[in-house]
Design a protein around this ligand. Structure first.
Ligand code: PGA
Length: 249
């Protein structure tokens, strides 16, 4: 059985003192949590978050990184920099990065490879726009994004990657894909991985759903056969909401 992974993506929110307070409040509530819990704070909060999360069940991830380990890339952060302070996860190819910072499928592929080389576990985001969905292209888009994102990896590394299926029209909009829709899209992604790397590997890959996951829809989403947890934006900013989502597992 695949484990359930709940990751909070704080995006550009929370100062270091707010991150520390959040982790101090959340950690004692996780004693008997069944899910793996990850928080992805902004870079500036990472070190404080790591120190506060030490000896708790909370794991820490970054929201992005460059694919090179050093060089003249003003404003960027390298994979080795993240792993040197014990960051464990990194979100790659979030739709906001693809949309606002022109991140391409090819850049995502380089980042996924670089993350694994630096011993970081990538959470790779894929998802279609509303226009693509309405044009009947959703499956093609998400399977192609998945295929390219994994294309530079050795077969033995595929199962280390977490994929987050996040339909762009559902992010921050309050619109969630129905559990059946989300499950079907995730099945298409899993089938693609099976076609490329075999079903044994495909069955091991964690595939989360993301897009307006809230305390009141989490349980139904997590009851679906192929949804292995969630990447949570807005509802990860309040301990009360985030813990309810974790408890829904
Ligand atoms: P949301 O964001 O939960 O606020 O829709 C999800 C995400 O962007 O990862």
């Amino acid at each position: 059985m695949r484990r359930k992974v709940i990751a909070g993506n704080w995006k550009m929110n929370k100062l270091p003192n707010e991150a520390i307070k959040f982790i101090e409040d959340l950690a004692p509530m996780l004693e008997d949590a069944d899910a793996e819990v990850i928080l992805c704070p902004p870079y500036i909060d990472l070190f404080y978050s790591l120190l506060t999360a030490q000896d708790t069940k909370i794991k820490i991830g970054a929201q992005n990184m460059h694919w090179e380990n050093s060089g003249a890339y003003t404003g960027e952060v390298a994979p080795d920099m993240l792993s040197s302070i014990n960051v464990e996860y990194v979100i790659i190819g979030h739709s906001e990065r693809r949309q606002y910072y022109n991140e391409t499928d090819e850049a995502v592929a380089k980042k996924v490879k670089a993350a694994l080389e630096a011993n970081l576990k990538p959470i790779v985001c894929v998802g279609e726009t509303l226009e693509q969905r309405e044009a009947g292209e959703a499956t093609d888009v998400i399977t192609k994004q998945t295929e390219t994102a994994l294309s530079l990896l050795e077969k033995s590394n595929i199962e280390k990657v977490i994929i987050a299926y996040e339909p762009i029209w559902a992010i921050g909009t309050g619109k969630t894909a129905t559990p059946d829709d989300a499950n079907n899209s995730i099945k298409c992604i899993r089938n693609k991985i099976a076609e490329l790397y075999g079903s044994e590997i495909a069955e091991k890959v964690i595939i989360q759903y993301g897009g307006s996951v809230k305390p009141d829809n989490a349980k139904e989403l997590f009851s679906m056969s192929d949804i292995d947890g969630a990447l949570v934006g807005g509802a990860s900013l309040k301990v009360e909401d985030f813990i309810e989502i974790i408890k829904a597992v």
